[in-house]
Every structure is written in C-alpha cells, then in structure tokens.
Design a protein around this ligand. Structure first.
Ligand code: ADP
Ligand code: MN
Ligand code: MN
Ligand code: MN
Length: 349
C-alpha cells in the first residue's frame, strides 16, 4: 500500500466565469487508483458562491483521474459538483448538461496569454509602451520573439500534460507577444473538455513558481489596440458527420447553428463582443456564417470536409479562451441533436 495525494479539482460558482478550485485528500491504494475507487468528497460551498452559509455542503463526484507528474504518488481528480443529495447536479455544473454521445469527438485549441506584473510577458514597462507590432511572434523563435521563460513554461506544461495522459495534439507561439496555444483532442462527448480543464489547472499551478499569471481573458489588451485576442476554436464531429454526412445534412446542420446562434454565443465565453469584431480573423458576434477554409467565418469548413463528400469535422471559431469547454460541448451537441439524421440506406454505412 502507498499513500496517494489525490487533488480533487472542481469549478466554483463565480459568474460569468467559473474558477478552478482544488484540495488534497490522502488515501491508501495498492497502485494508482482507478476512477471507481475514488470516493465522493465535500467542500464548503459558501466560500465558492455555491451555497448559503446555513447549509453549505456541496458534493464532489470524481469523473476523471490523471497521474500528477509534479507530485510523488499524485493524482489529479476532476470532479463534478452535486447537491448534498448526491443526485441533483449543482446549477454551476456545466458537465451535467452534455448529452451522452460516445461517437462525439472534440478538439479544442486553447489560446492564452502569460502575464507578469500586469502585462504580457515580454511587454516593456509602462502602459504606453509596446513591443514591436505583431508579425514575427506567431510560431516565432529567438529571445526577441518569445523571450526566455515563456518557452520554458510552455515546454514544462506540455510534459506535465503528457505525463498525465492528456491528449495534447500540439502547441504553438501565437500572434501576440506573450500569447500561446495548445490543442487537445478527445473522443466521447466529455473527454476533451475534462482534459482542457485539467490542462488549465496544470498551467496555472506551474506558473505559480515562475511568478507568472495565466490570463485567459479573450481580449486582455482591449479591443482598440492591434493585438490579437484569444479564442478556443472548437473542432467537432459525430459518427454521423464522419461516416454519412452529405451536403444536405451539412446545410441543415448550419441552418440549426444559425437558428441557435444566440444560445451558442451565450456559452462561448464572456466579453466575446470585444473579440468577435469581424477583424483579426473573426466574424462579428451578431452574425453567423460558414465558409470553406474561411478564417473570418463563424464556422470554418476544412477543405478535407468538402473533398470527402461533406464528411468529417467542422471548426466553430467563436468560442473564446475563457469559455467553459463543458458548456461549449454541451451546446454544440444539443444543436446537432435538433437536426434529423435521415435514415441510412441499406448497404451503406
Ligand atoms: P488550425 O489552427 O488550423 O485551426 P489546429 O491544428 O490548431 O488547426 O486544430 C485543429 C484540431 O482539430 C486538431 O487539433 C484536432 O484536435 C481537431 N480535429 C481533427 N480531426 C477531428 C475530428 N474528426 N473531430 C473533431 N476534431 C478534430
Ligand atoms: Mn490552431
Ligand atoms: Mn490559434
Ligand atoms: Mn483553429
């Protein structure tokens, strides 16, 4: 038997953006614990805007577990928040709104800024001072473009995520100085979103020791300056989209996305009007459109999708860096479910 450090992680009740919270529980196991072996736990919801002081208990239900490379015998335990009856999901629990669909796949492209002393890493001191304009930072190399600690942090984060079994697909330096991206892909309607939250947690925890903050806001420098905002492009597909698809179904799907555009924007992250302006590779917030390989569209249709008979995945470019991937995945699947899938002819897959 060994004593394991179980870091129970959950989302608090702050609005419009929930914060990550966590605390450690020590338990003995023969080997690295399986999800079924992890007990429910509780916390004081009156300190996290999830309960009144008089009846303050909230319940934590473990939903995914990952090895914690930074701690001996450490485990990262992602949790959903439930009411004390352990049956009713807490109103803040976005994960509980995601429809069950093992055939759904999501790929999230998480952009973010690293900040020190209230400004992006590498920005000179003084609010009126800027580094040279955007151009050479995106996928750049060299101290001038990316500085020194940024890459160290990003690489260390990548290793921690890989050790945890998080399915990173890649990382890159982004368009603004101090801005970076990682991509996470997962199969099943909840898996990629679980992994994004744990990856966010690992990034924030790692940055503590560098005296650096992670700024997830979608437009931290404001909308009036020529610095890119941060998105979380959400790539998605279902079994039907990948295997049957077709132009007719695609057009019906896009009509549904148009119909529910306000419901989508409502869960695509706060302050998105600052980012979705029609500039900087975005469509404006009040319009919905789609386009083949169009990075100025709400939904970008990859060339491969059309070449493959309107089969494959689509990229919703509207979600922002501060959006809750649980709510985003939930909304996308809810909209997809409103579109009838024509019965597949016999003999065809
Ligand atoms: P770009 O920056 O050009 O938009 P990225 O490579 O950053 O592209 O992100 C595209 C993401 O699409 C990949 O990281 C992957 O997670 C996701 N993806 C690829 N195939 C599928 C699929 N069939 N279903 C859902 N997501 C997918
Ligand atoms: Mn990308
Ligand atoms: Mn990007
Ligand atoms: Mn993208």
């Amino acid at each position: 038997m060994a004593k394991y450090k179980l870091e129970y992680i959950w989302l608090d009740g702050y609005e419009p953006t929930a914060n990550l919270r966590s605390k450690t529980q020590i338990k003995e196991f023969k080997s690295f614990p399986k999800l079924e072996e992890l007990p429910w736990w509780g916390f004081d919801g009156s300190s996290t805007r999830q309960a009144e002081g008089r009846s303050s208990d909230c319940m934590l239900k473990p939903v995914a577990v990952f090895p914690d490379g930074a701690r001996k015998n450490g485990a990262l335990v992602m949790c959903e928040v439930y009411m004390p009856d352990k049956k009713t999901p807490h109103p803040s629990n976005g994960r509980a709104t995601i429809p069950d669909d093992p055939g759904a796949w999501f790929g999230f492209e998480q952009e973010y800024f690293l900040y020190k002393n209230g400004r992006p890493l590498g920005f000179p001191e003084g609010s009126a001072n800027f580094p040279y304009p955007q151009g050479l930072y995106y996928t750049g190399v060299g101290y001038d473009a990316v500085g020194c600690i940024a890459r160290e942090i990003v690489e260390e984060h990548l290793d921690l995520c890989l050790e945890a079994g998080i399915n990173h697909e890649g990382i890159n330096a982004e368009v603004a100085k101090g801005q970076w991206e990682f991509q996470i892909f997962g199969k099943g309607s909840r898996s990629a979103a679980d992994q994004v939250w744990v990856a966010r947690y690992l990034m924030m925890r790692l940055c503590e020791s560098y005296g650096v903050d992670v700024n997830w806001h979608c437009k931290p420098l404001g909308k009036d300056v020529d610095w890119n905002g941060s998105g979380m492009h959400s790539n998605f597909s279902t079994t039907y989209m990948r295997e049957v698809g077709g132009k007719e179904y695609f057009e019906a799907l896009m009509a549904a996305f148009d119909k529910y555009k306000n419901e989508h924007i409502a869960v695509y992250g706060p302050d998105n009007h600052l980012r979705l302006t029609g500039l900087h590779e975005t469509q404006s917030i009040d319009k919905f459109n789609y386009g083949i390989a169009n990075r100025g569209a709400s939904i970008r249709v990859p060339h491969s999708f059309v070449d493959n008979g309107y089969r494959g995945y689509l990229e919703d470019r509207r979600p922002n860096s501060q959006g809750d991937p649980y709510k985003i995945a939930g909304r996308i699947l809810q909209t997809i479910q409103t579109v009838p899938t024509p019965a597949v002819k016999k003999g065809k897959k």
